[in-house]
Design a protein around this ligand. Structure first.
Ligand code: CO
Length: 174
């Protein structure tokens, strides 16, 4: 009887181990697992994150970007992805990334943008902007592609009213 119990435990343990091993394998191969983690529409983001030539910025419900500095090489095309990992609605905690031309005052631009609610806080026909993403809310992702300007240091910000005090940084072109 003792031997029988021992055998049962052994077989059970072996099966469990094999099962675990199988799952592990799948994760490492990356197919099923990755597709679940990055559903339709977010596959782009995964791609962006894997490609070091692209820029990925994360934003949250605490009115923060995850970085104060982004970099790119002059004269190349770059893809910039903005991801909002929060839960708050676009009308409460909307975020975008606006890269300003050199010489444009961030505070002045921010004040002009704040009244452009119907235009997602981007002043119409603005000559102050190099590139900007769409405005997004919690759980959303957006990407743009643009030509990197000449070498130098540029300001970037979120133009949602009241955000640029915290949500700003430098775009460094080398
Ligand atoms: Co914002």
């Amino acid at each position: 009887m003792k031997t029988f119990k021992y055998l049962v435990v052994c077989v059970f343990a072996t099966l469990t181990l094999m099962n675990c091993g199988g799952k592990e394998e799948k994760k490492k191969e990356g197919f099923t697992y990755e597709k679940v983690a990055y559903p339709e529409g977010k596959a782009d983001l995964k791609e962006a994150e894997n490609n070091s030539g692209n820029i990925v910025i994360t934003s949250n419900d605490l009115m923060q970007f995850n970085t104060k500095e982004i970099k790119a090489k002059a004269g190349k095309k770059v893809k910039l992805t903005l991801r909002h990992v929060g839960k708050l609605d676009i009308n409460v905690m909307g975020h975008n990334v606006v890269i300003l031309k050199q010489g444009v005052d961030l505070l002045e631009f921010s004040a002009k943008a704040a009244v452009e609610r119907e235009n997602k806080y981007i002043p119409k026909n603005s000559q102050d902007i190099i590139a900007h993403t769409d405005l997004i809310g919690g759980g959303q992702v957006t990407s743009i592609e643009f030509d990197v300007p000449e070498a130098g240091i540029y300001d970037f910000l979120c133009s949602f009213p009241g955000h640029s005090g915290l949500m700003k940084g430098k775009f460094i072109v080398e």
